[in-house]
Design a binder for this molecule. Structure first.
Ligand code: SOE
Length: 380
């Protein structure tokens, strides 16, 4: 049967636009879906770079103004892979033009911006999704299944870290195309919105809502040259952040993130300890889930490392044969597959803008607590 076409208008041509474009190109080869994405247009202000991206990934056309892109009749889905300060305006313009919206994480710079974006997509009634890709790493999806089946019993502890080391040099400028993540005006925050947002999204998905937090942040390099002004400017982002939290279900959490952990490029790990069992996951070994079950007979009890590749594991029947693992980029393929499947079934994929707003509220409470030095409730 001929597939329905879903015409994609991509905003951005950076790292995330590559992950999303790759996912669109691959999804139809591996998943049987009613919809097939068509790479219609890519949009960014720099025409030459945008054209080069279009040529490389097979986009049919380019735009240099997102307002023109969202008005185009031949576009169904606007995908926002632009810096965080643009998410709000592009998402609202897209929703008002009746387009579906897929937005890279974090949803917005603040909860207030995110709330306006939620209202816009809800008023327009357009399908929407925020890209928290790690949920769709099969081992993480398996963790969700094990928890939902009650195999861990009552959850006591949730522990997450996301460690990097790429901003240690004081010579690194802030701002501009490659380094906007260091510019608070553009990014909204530092590691809190960029890295902890991933940890928080996974945590809420696996273990439910977070009630309150107490946090500390640090900016180790206080001034950096700004790429756009050429001047030294105060650094407004958090280079490191650690916080404690209570979940609504009574469990306790610790979260830590930094871009100053020498030796770590993207060490995202979480561990969950329940009454009967514990699980551990590590992005550097993303196809494995570690599992300890106290109910095992004592002489064989111990941590086991589940190689998540068999065809009865989440998403794995779509790929190779048991024993052959997949990687980071596949989480984006799974994301678009779930989004397209949700469209066909009229059942939205998660997290929608509204669901992802919860992560934004936790980030706001974390940054507030780092300033007040007090426990802060998470807004609902
Ligand atoms: C930052 O270096 C970054 O690219 C994040 O922006 C991504 O969301 C994360 O998945 C990897 O690290």
């Amino acid at each position: 049967m001929a597939k329905k076409k879903l015409n994609v208008g991509m905003v951005g041509y950076g790292f995330m636009a590559r992950t999303h474009s790759n996912a669109h190109s691959k999804v139809g080869h591996f998943f049987d879906l009613e919809y097939q994405p068509v790479l219609k247009a890519v949009c960014a202000p720099e025409a030459d770079k945008t054209q080069a991206f279009a040529d490389k990934w097979g986009y049919e056309s380019i735009e240099t103004d997102y307002r023109k892109l969202v008005e185009r009749k031949d576009i169904d889905l606007i995908e926002i892979c632009a810096p965080n300060n643009l998410h709000h305006d592009i998402a609202i313009a897209a929703a008002e033009a009746g387009k579906m919206v897929l937005c890279e994480k974090p949803l917005a710079r603040t909860g207030a911006e995110g709330e306006e974006m939620c209202k816009a997509v809800e008023k327009a009634g357009v399908p929407n999704l925020v890209s928290y890709n790690y949920r769709r790493v099969p081992a993480v999806t398996l963790a969700k299944k094990l928890i939902d089946e009650g195999r861990l019993g009552k959850i006591f502890h949730y522990r997450a870290v996301f460690l990097q080391d790429w901003t240690i040099s004081a010579d690194l400028p802030q701002g501009g195309q490659a380094l906007w993540r260091l510019d608070a005006a553009v990014a909204g925050s530092g590691v809190t919105g960029d890295l902890l947002a991933h940890c928080i999204d996974t945590a809420i998905w696996l273990n439910g809502s977070i009630k309150d937090v107490t946090a500390m942040t640090e900016t180790f390099i206080k001034e950096r040259m700004h790429t756009e002004t050429g001047k030294k400017q105060a650094v407004g982002i958090d280079d490191a952040c650690a916080f404690l939290a209570h979940f609504q279900n009574g469990s306790l959490a610790t979260f830590e993130s930094t871009r100053y952990a020498r030796g770590h490029k993207a060490l995202y790990t979480f561990e969950i300890n329940g009454e009967h069992a514990s699980i551990q996951w590590d992005l550097h070994d993303l196809h494995r889930l570690n599992w300890f079950d106290h109910r095992d007979e004592s002489i064989v009890r111990g941590w086991r490392s589940i190689h998540v590749t068999d065809s009865d594991m989440p998403y794995m029947d779509k790929w190779w044969v048991p024993g052959l693992q997949i990687g980071y980029e596949h989480s984006f393929v799974h994301q678009i597959a779930d989004f397209l499947d949700g469209l066909a079934k009229g059942k939205p994929a998660s997290p929608t803008f509204r669901e992802a707003l919860e992560t934004q509220h936790v980030c706001d409470a974390v940054l507030k607590s780092a300033k007040t030095g007090k426990w802060e409730d998470v807004s609902v």
